[in-house]
Design a protein around this ligand. Structure first.
Ligand code: FAD
Ligand code: SF4
Length: 511
């Protein structure tokens, strides 16, 4: 049967069993569409990275002898939306059977199912062969359990996959988790190797994007595009991580610094989320390197890395499929404020936010603690509508795809899911930000002050938030200590926090 196989932009898995044999009856189809670029305003580097990676992928398939049809964004045959493109091709090419790979996004899952239901030819969907787990595994794992803690899931994954395990089902090194040693502040030493950046000229694709009037955000240097856009380049980034960054990855995972955008982070999220690299090969390659260099690398560095990918990444995907579609509209804390304008411009005097926003706009990247404890922390403390927060995160980061963006942003960071992902809200005053980095040293505001015009805004917002949302936290044991401190707070002090917070929330762009 003449078959059309459809591949989405984040399904660039070279090792998929589909490609293991060539077949003249099979035509692969990929398309850059306005439907996919414009459902949220994306960072320009994200659009460029996807288009170039998709183009490289399709060329490699063709080089390997597969039949591929590819529509660039300005192709005259491109209908700019998925069902119209597919319907037209099925007719033109006399296709008798349609196949696709399960999308990771709910919206596309429904779209493709609906499309197939309307077809009068046969169709079939296949696994992407990328994740360790299946969509429904988490639901089964947590069946009958009271809490869905990532740590239990992670330990189970370690056992099931035999990763860093001893023969008697005990964890290598004696501990499951070295999180406590992953919290060092970076103060100039050890030296951070320069990040592995590419240096591509992307002027041509930028012109196509501009001509098609794709709505984008963020900044780009057309002569020096830094992201990997082919499997080989992704492998180079992985290799670089093993050779230069792994040795201190865990130690400085939570560190923040004005002069260091990437610290010891791997920058592999785009490579994995586009599926050019699989989580399994990333973990196996990194572990092999660790075992060969065990005398130089502490177990806490590699365990921290494995936990992020085998634990958090798979956990978030499972939660997404367990909780969708309801998850997307959860707003447990009833937050309704607009996201401050400075998230789109970087214009603020709060130094931590200025750095984190400008870096996000410059690089389409911020590391975890910037996303969680600076950008997300401020959005939550100012009680921002989670829809607004999601739209920003989904657009700005090169690795943002809904299954992992939504669970991290709405769940982990904004606590809008009432504790499905995180057991307590990730909020803090300025002291945490000061403890983990050096932003406060060169800030207009004083991190040690709680009153007055130059007091750090986070210090007021923190207590105001706890006060305002206290009903939501009264049964949360992990909040007991902070809530009892709040209760004991002198009334004048609390009033000062509330008054200043009002000023900040009403006018965040003035700070
Ligand atoms: P590293 O620090 O080198 O970590 C290695 C890998 O671990 C990452 O590449 C990633 O695949 C995985 N990982 C680490 N933390 C998480 C996590 N919490 N959830 C899932 N995977 C994780 N990650 C995304 O891939 N896409 C997103 O849209 C996204 N949005 C986020 C939004 C918020 C508010 C927060 C707090 C986190 C978000 N994350 C997201 C998780 C994490 O911040 C990024 O995966 C990480 O910063 C990517 O950089 P890296 O590859 O250098 O990561
Ligand atoms: Fe951020 Fe406050 Fe520190 Fe300034 S003083 S950098 S606003 S935490």
């Amino acid at each position: 049967k003449k078959t059309l196989r459809f591949i989405l932009g984040d399904q660039l898995n070279h090792k998929h069993s589909w490609f293991q044999e060539k077949n003249d009856h099979v035509v692969y189809f990929m398309a850059e569409t306005l439907q996919e670029t414009d459902y949220v305003k994306h960072h320009i580097q994200k659009v460029v990275a996807y288009f170039l990676s998709m183009r490289n992928f399709s060329e490699e398939l063709q080089r390997d002898g597969h039949r591929v049809m590819y529509y660039q964004i300005d192709d005259k045959n491109n209908e700019q939306d998925l069902p119209s493109n597919l319907n037209k091709l099925i007719e033109q090419e006399n296709i008798e059977h349609f196949e696709y790979l399960y999308p990771d996004e709910y919206r596309l899952d429904i779209k493709l199912k609906t499309f197939c239901n309307k077809l009068d030819i046969t169709s079939q969907a296949y696994d992407t062969e990328h994740f360790y787990t299946k969509r429904e595994d988490i639901e089964k794992f947590f069946e009958g359990k009271k809490e869905m803690t990532m740590e239990y899931f992670y330990r189970d994954m370690r056992k099931k996959q035999g990763i860093m395990m001893l023969d008697d089902n005990k964890p290598e090194g004696g501990k499951w988790n070295y999180d406590k040693s992953n919290r060092k502040k970076w103060t100039g030493k050890p030296e951070i190797p320069k990040a592995k950046l590419f240096d591509k000229d992307v002027e041509a694709v930028l012109e196509q994007i501009k001509a098609m009037d794709v709505k984008t955000m963020g900044r780009i240097d057309k002569d020096h595009f830094p992201w990997p856009t082919s499997r080989n380049e992704c492998l180079e980034v992985l290799d670089y991580f093993c050779n230069h960054l792994l040795v201190h990855f865990g130690d400085y995972e939570d560190a923040l610094h004005t002069d260091e955008k990437f610290l010891f982070h791997s920058r592999l999220s785009f490579a994995m989320n586009s599926k050019m690299l699989s989580p399994k090969e990333v973990i196996e390659t990194t572990l092999d390197y660790y075992y060969e260099h065990k005398e130089d690398i502490d177990i806490s560095q590699i365990e921290g890395f494995v936990r992020q990918i085998l634990g958090w990444r798979e956990f978030m995907r499972g939660i997404y499929w367990k909780e969708m579609p309801g998850y997307k509209s959860k707003n447990e804390l009833g937050n309704t404020n607009k996201l401050p304008e400075f998230y789109w411009t970087g214009e603020t005097d709060m130094n931590c936010l200025k750095h984190a926003v400008n870096q996000s706009l410059d690089e389409a990247y911020a590391h975890h603690i910037q996303r969680l404890m600076i950008l997300g922390n401020f959005a939550l403390l100012t009680m921002t509508d989670p829809d607004e927060v999601d739209a920003w995160y989904l657009g700005v980061y090169i690795d943002a795809i809904e299954w992992v963006e939504l669970t991290n942003t709405r769940g982990m960071s904004q606590f809008a899911d009432a504790g499905i992902v995180a057991t307590k809200p990730y909020v803090s005053s300025g002291s945490y930000i000061n403890k983990m980095g050096n932003y406060c040293k060169s800030c207009k505001y004083s991190v040690s002050k709680k009153e007055g015009e130059d007091a750090c805004p986070f210090n007021n917002l923190y207590w105001n938030f706890l006060h305002e949302k206290q009903e939501h936290f009264k049964n949360n044991q992990r909040m007991n200590m902070m809530m009892s401190l709040l209760k004991k707070m002198n009334k004048d002090t609390l009033d000062t926090h509330i008054r200043r917070s009002k000023e900040i929330i009403n006018n965040p762009n003035n700070f």
